[in-house]
Design a protein around this ligand. Structure first.
Ligand SMILES: *Cc1c(COP(=O)(O)O)cnc(C)c1O
Length: 488
């Protein structure tokens, strides 16, 4: 065991300290804690020096895989490089130290930024207005569906309680629909992964509130019949919701608003660069067409004729979905990202993401089974190895990639195939990185044929080997005592 693999309790030596309390020579008042509340024995904490603590935490921080340590091709997650200037901007005390209850006059800069970001997103996506209040993609979906309900109810149309969702959709879509009090109706996909328009038609009646889609869909394929679908749904009195969690493929090329969508959310922590993982931080702004703006959640930030920014709470609004304005730190990063790239460079994001994905797809399709061929957008889905005789699964391949220093792709999603492996390279990766990844993927396919046990037993070189994921969730070991007790 290397020195730095030791747990901090194992570095502990009686009496060693990394701190010193000031001597009470300035007459600082001692606080009197009632005797019955006082601790009688010393706390069982590791006794270590400051240097031990610094090394312990610094070494711990390098045990995790992150987009700053290596290529992270996690599909449907957009693990792109997050420029460090965005972090600096969001850490500025001028932003960090303001409080949402300050007067409008004293936070004009922050309100201007909120306003400008919502205008930028509206222009990028083709909508009348965005609210930046929701905290995440799924929260954006819920907010958008609440707008949808509010719209129908405001017209006295209470029958519309169902929402159509393709069977290839992200799992959050049906979950959000349920939370919004809507019933989910599934529409089938065609063998090429796109929505089956013939299957959709009979579902469209006066109980349909709308449809939730993403385009390109979860398989990375563009729904070419989207204009037809939009026409059919609108004729039936429904609205179209766009899941824009991953807006990468479209950026600068197509606007969901122009495809006929009425409501959408964007995961700005994905597309507009905020380091995300482990559940946060996120932000899922929701954009709506003109006829829906009054239903947006409160508060909204507006600009008056004199150029002053103010907070507005509308009466027709669906109410509040967040405390105050949402996750301001993520908005700052997104705004910095948009301004850094500028209009011209933002237009390259979609084409570059698409080029990178297609390059990987074409280079790997001799070894990996590509169930849906054709030009993909920002991501592609393989159905495991082409050669099914090796017994090597998608899970094995994902684990083996860790041995070679790459994060695994998204696996076993979407559910349309048994051995799904969803790869999203993003536009920020260089040709050299993509080539290295492709080389390793070929190597793993070769190992699967020649030395399959190496792949089946992977990972072989990581700090911890294959984990019992169910066990870890059900019986988590969260402290040293449990660890020791379990080891005995
Ligand atoms: C990531 C993602 C979501 C959910 O976003 P969260 O911020 O994790 O709630 C929804 N839909 C799609 C397509 C996604 O990729």
């Amino acid at each position: 065991m290397k020195y730095y693999d030791k747990l901090i309790f194992e570095l502990s030596r009686p009496g060693r300290k990394g701190y010193e309390l000031p001597k009470n020579e300035y007459g600082i008042q001692e606080c009197s804690i009632p005797a019955e509340l006082r601790r009688e024995a010393e706390l069982d904490l590791p006794e270590v020096s400051e240097l031990d603590v610094v090394r312990h935490y610094t070494n711990l921080s390098t045990k995790n895989f992150g987009v700053d340590t290596g290529f992270y091709p996690l599909g449907s997650c957009t693990m792109k490089y997050n420029p460090k200037i965005n972090e600096e901007v969001s850490a500025m005390p001028q932003f960090n130290n303001i409080h949402p209850l300050q007067s409008e006059d004293s936070i004009q800069g922050a309100l201007e930024l909120y306003y400008n970001l919502q205008v930028a997103l509206s222009n990028i996506a083709g909508f009348a207005e965005f609210t930046l209040n929701p905290y995440a993609g799924a929260h954006g979906e819920l907010t958008g569906l609440m707008v949808m309900r509010q719209y129908h109810e405001s017209r006295g149309d209470f029958k519309r309680t169902k929402v159509i969702i393709p069977n290839s959709a992200h799992g959050t879509n049906p979950a959000s629909a349920m939370v919004a009090g809507l019933q989910v109706v599934e529409v089938k996909s065609k063998p090429n992964g796109s929505v089956d328009v013939e299957d959709l038609k009979p579902l469209l009646d006066d109980t349909i509130a709308g449809i939730m889609m993403t385009n390109p869909n979860t398989l990375g394929m563009f729904e070419v019949e989207i204009m037809e679908i939009a026409k059919l749904v609108h004729e039936a009195g429904g609205l179209l919701y766009y899941d824009g969690a991953n807006l990468n493929p479209l950026l600068g090329k197509v606007r969901p608003g122009d495809m006929g969508f009425d409501i959408m959310h964007i995961n700005i922590h994905k597309t507009f660069s905020t380091p995300h993982g482990g559940g946060g931080p996120g932000s899922g702004p929701v954009g709506v067409a003109e006829k829906l703006v009054d239903f947006l959640p409160n508060p909204r930030v507006k600009k008056n004729d004199e150029g002053k920014f103010y907070i507005d709470c509308g009466k027709e609004s669906l109410g509040s979905v967040s405390t105050f304005f949402g996750n301001f730190g993520v908005m700052l990063r997104a705004y910095a990202y948009i301004l850094t790239l500028g209009k011209e460079n933002l237009k390259n994001v979609g084409p570059m993401a698409t080029l990178n994905a297609n390059y990987i797809k074409e280079c790997l399709k001799d070894d990996y089974l590509l169930p849906i061929d054709g030009v993909c957008k920002h991501e592609m889905v393989f159905d495991g190895l082409k050669d099914k005789s090796t017994g090597v699964t998608t899970l094995n391949i994902a684990k083996r990639l860790l041995d070679y220093g790459f994060h695994a792709p998204t696996i076993y999603f979407p559910l349309l195939f048994h051995e799904s492996m969803m790869i999203e390279p993003t536009e920020t990766e260089s040709l050299e990185t993509l080539d290295e990844f492709i080389e390793v993927m070929h190597k793993v396919a070769k190992e699967a044929r020649e030395t399959p046990d190496d792949v089946k037993n992977a990972p072989l070189t990581t700090l911890v080997r294959k984990l019992d994921e169910t066990g870890a969730a059900k019986n988590p070991i969260l402290n040293y005592k449990t660890l020791k007790a379990n080891a005995q």
